[in-house]
Ligand binder design. Structure first.
Ligand code: FES
Length: 104
């Protein structure tokens, strides 16, 4: 089956260091633009469902606004407690001036 990449934003909408919440196939995701490129992750913190879209992106790390857990948006791994479980990541690519995400 062909992989289903869906356009979620224009490149110009998300400068480096910024993030954008999007909804794809009923899932709330965040598209994050780090110095290394675009990454898509779940918008929901695994600690207590905090809204990561209201958090801060610093380098490759996103910090939850609720209790300060941090995750690496390139891998989903936990960088800082109190979260223990990683967040899910999704493949992204750039096609022309669009950022596309595959939620599988
Ligand atoms: S809900 Fe994110 S750190 Fe608690």
């Amino acid at each position: 089956m062909a992989e289903a990449f869906v356009a979620v934003a224009k490149i110009s909408e998300i400068p480096v260091g910024q993030l954008k919440p999007v909804e794809v196939a009923g899932k709330r995701l965040l598209v994050c633009h780090t110095a290394e490129g675009f990454y898509a992750v779940d918008d929901t913190c695994t600690h207590d469902d905090g809204p990561l879209a209201e958090g801060w992106l610093e380098g490759n790390a996103i910090e939850c606004p609720r209790h300060g857990a941090r995750f690496d948006v390139t891998t989903g791994k936990v960088l800082c407690l109190p979260a223990a479980a990683p967040i899910k990541t999704y493949p992204t690519h750039v096609n022309g001036d669009e950022v596309q995400v595959n939620v599988g």
